[in-house]
Ligand binder design. Structure first.
Ligand SMILES: CC(=O)SCCNC(=O)CCNC(=O)[C@H](O)C(C)(C)COP(=O)(O)OP(=O)(O)OC[C@H]1O[C@@H](n2cnc3c(N)ncnc32)[C@H](O)[C@@H]1OP(=O)(O)O
Length: 414
């Protein structure tokens, strides 16, 4: 194989798909199943994939989904990096490095997405390429006997109905479209992504029921909330009911609608354990219940973010407090980002451009990417020795301006 790995990478074609899929899924220790063994699924963008072939066999895979990411105060196009694998026979030869560099270089040269994002299978893989965890998630779990909504919780005057998949599919996307714009880390879902999300193959249910759906409707007749969940029946040795409710998603346009949906979810008979999967650690349900310790779970990294073009990315978001600083960025993978930038931001927008002025802050692209969605404080990163303050007070100012009132959260794994 040639030394110049990058030049051997090429997009997969539709004819390549079956072998490409086998190689990709196989590297994750799984066997492909489902309807897309021979033809790519609708969400696939093969022209944005990169593969490596050695003597006719697929030995590396990668892909990019064209997504739209909510950032503080705005939405930006985002390259969703996915399908990243290298065959065990070809590991530790720099294939991943070649893929990462080529993806980022092409995104920059084509002036496509200013931001890339991914879900990391293992923590140590992507930091060296400038990616950093920018959202967190947890699986909130609790026992129903301890889960009561706070007395006086406003449940509004709307209604909650159990509906079938068709009614849910007709109503949920519009509601999601209106709420996802306010939560940094949320991704837009077009029909292809909704179809993928709502697939419900029996072999993936692990003993649970098919997915069930709730819709909340306001007095005006408009759908103002939705929930998707499953039940897993269970009984104790002494014959007591011990079912588990697994909540996959609850979204609502108002707090009363959100509380009303949870009121119904927490009232399902025979359930003793409730799980909210992929939850934001800051989910409002934790503050809606009387016992703040009743619904807890371990927190882990979720969506990772990487600024492809520092200037375009920083100018795209908004800043809750005014900021006018010079930041010096270190970025060995994307040299076009390295150097000094003047960032001027305020609640209505931002500007970022080259400057020769002395820096107020010095930081790496990983740290800037971690802070981008407002979920990781630059002050915390400074405390970890990862941000250098040159001008006294610059970290406090930047940490405040890079924050955001809504905790970033991404429920969409890809
Ligand atoms: C967004 C997604 O798709 S996440 C999914 C990622 N894929 C998987 O988890 C599938 C299984 N794993 C794999 O296919 C491969 O091991 C990969 C893709 C993670 C790594 O591929 P490789 O071609 O071996 O990586 P490459 O040789 O370019 O390594 C780059 C550097 O990262 C390091 N590295 C690679 N993988 C890991 C890891 N899992 N943990 C720690 N370090 C790692 C390498 O040691 C190397 O560092 P070095 O240059 O200092 O030696």
């Amino acid at each position: 194989m040639a030394d110049d790995l990058a030049s051997w990478l090429r997009p997969a074609t539709a004819e390549d798909w079956p072998e490409f899929l086998q190689a990709m899924v196989g590297a994750f220790g799984e066997t492909p199943t489902g309807p897309y063994l021979d033809t790519p699924p609708p969400v696939a963008e093969l022209d944005r994939s990169l593969g490596l072939w050695d003597r006719g066999r697929v030995v590396a895979t990668s892909g990019i989904y064209s997504r739209v990411l909510t950032v503080p105060g705005a939405v930006v196009p985002c390259a969703g990096i996915t399908w990243v694998t290298v065959a065990p026979t070809h590991r530790r030869r720099g294939v991943l490095t070649a893929i990462m560099r080529r993806q980022l270089t092409e995104l920059h040269e084509q002036q496509r997405e200013p931001v890339a994002a991914l879900w990391a299978s293992e923590y140590p893989i992507y930091g060296r390429f400038g990616y950093a965890p920018a959202t967190a998630r947890t699986e909130l779990t609790g026992r129903t006997e301890r889960l009561r909504l706070r007395p006086g919780t406003d449940l509004g005057t709307g209604r909650v109905d159990v509906v079938g998949e068709d009614a849910y599919r007709a109503a949920a996307p519009r509601l999601h479209e209106s709420v996802r714009r306010f939560v940094p880390g949320n991704l837009a879902r077009d029909d292809r992504w909704w179809d993928r999300l709502l697939r419900d193959e029996p072999e993936h249910r692990n003993g649970a029921t098919a997915r069930r759906y709730l819709l909340h409707t306001g007095d005006d007749g408009a759908v103002s909330g939705y929930a998707a969940y499953r039940l897993t029946a269970g009984w104790t040795d002494t014959g007591e009911a011990d079912a588990t409710l697994t909540v996959e998603e609850v979204r609502a346009a108002s707090t009363p609608a959100y509380a009303a949906l949870w009121q119904v979810l927490l009232s399902i008979d025979l359930v003793r354990t409730v799980r909210l999967r992929g939850a934001s650690p800051a989910d409002a349900i934790r503050h809606l219940v009387t016992d703040g310790r009743a619904l807890t779970g371990p927190i882990r990294d979720a969506l990772w973010v990487r600024l492809v073009d520092v200037d375009r990315a920083l100018a795209a978001r908004r800043y809750p407090a005014p900021i006018d600083l010079v930041i010096e960025v270190r970025d060995e993978v994307c040299p076009w980002n390295a150097g000094r930038w003047r960032l001027a931001g305020h609640p209505a927008g931002g500007y970022c451009g080259r400057t020769d002025l002395d820096p107020d802050l010095v930081l790496g692209i990983e740290e800037l990417s971690a802070a981008y969605l407002g979920g990781t404080s630059l002050a915390t990163l400074q405390a970890s020795g990862r941000v250098t303050e040159v001008s006294p007070g610059a970290v406090t100012l930047a940490a405040t301006a890079f924050g955001w009132p809504v905790t970033p959260w991404c429920p969409d794994e890809f």
